[in-house]
Design a protein around this ligand. Structure first.
Ligand code: C2O
Ligand code: CU
Ligand code: CU
Length: 509
């Protein structure tokens, strides 16, 4: 029974769209289109299964208000939503390898409740999340809730759990009442198999709502999830998951670029409205340098942390695991590409340029929608009293045989505790990258502030849980180990590196 839990809410955009008739337009065709293919297209149908990403027939041509005709499928596709009810989200997530739609063909993917990405879990601070994770893969797996501030112990966000083929595991995690809002995500974390399982599509978003969502500018915006992922278009498991030596060493990248599991999506927007996009880099290794033609991106959150005020940028880079929430102000008609620009992460295969999606704006020009002036109150790093410091190194050791992937000189061993911290203390960590390839550093459970980064440039504001450590460089982080104790991990989020040992354990007591 994958969908036996009544969901009380849909993502805000969708209920808003229904309330407002899609940003005020009365053109029923557009309303219908806007709703078709939106997973969880109304709050009552959350629980009954929604169209899978990619399930709407493509290739049609649509006339938008204003008379512009745009070829292609304008139905925005994003995963179904499962929302908490009365403080509890209880659901079954079934993990299964199967064929999913890919253009006019099919490709093999690891799905969650039949789709890749799987359903979005919609939570509020203080909620309890119960997931019966049913493993229908012929291999072991497990689930990690990346960025959630919950216990890493027992049957909560414990990366050391193994769910064997055919077994079901009951996870339960409790979000603290002051849990930050934002976008988090779930993905497998079984050591040695994370890269291939995520690459095959096993992941989904977790959204935690809060008062920021009620700010008038934000409450009337059109909220969308943009889950970025790359994979291979192949009809068999091995066609998708087999990896060469170079894939393993550099971190595998796939030629198929997907947003919410679909290639080449189009998004319909109206001038004068505000678009709110929650972006996630769910790729195994790929770095995204993003640019939207003709528009600035106004960043309002990074990872699990709100910013003090919107920050206007021309480009936005997301390394694996990173999230950002941005506002976009369409004001005139046109087709605008969200581009992935070339970026070097030190790997041989430098990413080339591609279009990830197209925003089709139609309707008469209108002044840009107002941005919220003030968002969250940010903690100042100097107000956090530091009690100790630590050095960590990330290293790909070459020479004689296959490279070794190490943290502070050691390959991962789940049975060893590498770092012991005292609960209630605040530490400064210097994370060094000894090598010629970038490594995105990720710490579970305890978010940090970025104090310094080699190479200069602006530092990311707000609470982060992933930060890129440039080749040969370093980052300096301030990490409060508060509230939550237990044993967890930190690692490189190029998951081929993590799977080969670039991960370490940490215990807070
Ligand atoms: Cu997103 Cu330990 O990972
Ligand atoms: Cu994580
Ligand atoms: Cu790495």
């Amino acid at each position: 029974m994958p969908n036996d839990i009544p969901g009380g809410r849909a993502l805000r955009s969708i209920s808003r769209r229904q309330l407002l008739g899609y940003a005020g337009t009365t053109t029923t065709g557009l309303v219908g289109l806007a709703l078709t293919g939106c997973g969880g297209d109304d709050s009552a149908s959350n629980s009954t299964g929604s169209p899978a990403p990619g399930s709407t027939p493509a290739g049609s041509s649509t006339t938008l208000p204003g008379g512009t005709s745009i070829a292609g499928d304008l139905a925005w596709k994003q995963p179904a939503v499962i929302a908490s009810v009365n403080g509890v989200l209880e659901t079954r997530l079934t993990i299964e390898g199967k064929l999913v739609p890919s253009g006019n063909k099919e490709r093999w993917a690891i799905t969650v409740n039949g789709t890749s990405p799987g359903p979005t879990l919609l939570l509020r601070p203080g909620d309890t999340l119960r997931i019966a994770c049913e493993n229908k893969l012929p291999h072991s797996t497990n689930l990690h809730t990346h960025g959630l501030r919950v216990s890493p112990e027992g049957n909560a966000d414990n990366p050391f759990i193994e769910i064997k083929a055919g077994e079901t595991f009951d996870y339960e995690m409790k979000l603290p009442a002051d849990h930050p809002s934002g976008m988090f995500w779930y993905h497998p974390h079984l050591h040695h198999h994370v890269a291939e399982q995520l690459f095959a599509g096993m992941f989904g978003a977790i959204v935690v709502e809060d008062a920021l969502d009620e700010l008038p500018e934000i409450a009337t915006s059109t909220e969308r999830l943009l889950l970025l992922h790359d994979t291979r278009d192949a009809a068999t498991e091995s066609g998708v998951t087999s990896a060469t030596m170079m894939d393993l060493n550099e971190g595998r990248e796939g030629p198929l670029l997907l947003v919410n599991g679909v290639a080449g999506q189009k998004l319909a927007a109206a001038p004068g409205t505000l678009e709110r996009w929650r972006l996630l880099n769910a790729s195994t290794s790929r770095f995204y340098r993003l640019k939207l033609d003709g528009h600035q991106l106004h960043v309002i959150a990074r990872d699990g942390g709100r910013l003090a005020a919107p920050e206007a940028v021309d480009e936005l880079t997301l390394v694996p695991g990173e999230r950002a929430e941005v506002l976009v102000q369409p004001s005139k008609e046109g087709a605008f590409a969200l581009r992935m620009l070339p970026i070097s992460r030190g790997a041989m295969s430098a990413a080339s340029e591609a279009t990830l999606l197209t925003m089709s704006v139609s309707g008469s020009a209108a002044p840009a929608a107002t941005l919220p002036a003030k968002l969250a109150t940010l903690p100042s790093a100097s107000s956090l009293k530091v009690t100790g410091s630590r050095e960590v190194s990330l290293e790909m050791q070459m020479g004689g045989g296959p490279p070794r992937f190490l943290v502070s000189g050691k390959a991962f061993d789940a049975n060893r505790i590498d770092t012991r911290v005292k609960l209630g203390t605040i530490e400064d960590w210097t994370v060094r990258n000894i090598g010629t390839m970038d490594h995105p550093f990720h710490l579970h459970i305890w978010p940090f502030l970025v104090l310094e980064r080699s190479g200069g440039g602006p530092l990311p504001a707000g609470w982060k849980d992933v930060v890129n450590v440039p080749a040969g460089g370093f980052v300096k982080l301030r990490i409060p180990f508060e509230q939550i104790g237990g044993k967890s991990v930190y690692h490189c989020h190029i998951l081929d590196h993590e799977d080969q040992g670039m991960m370490a354990t940490i215990e807070a007591t």
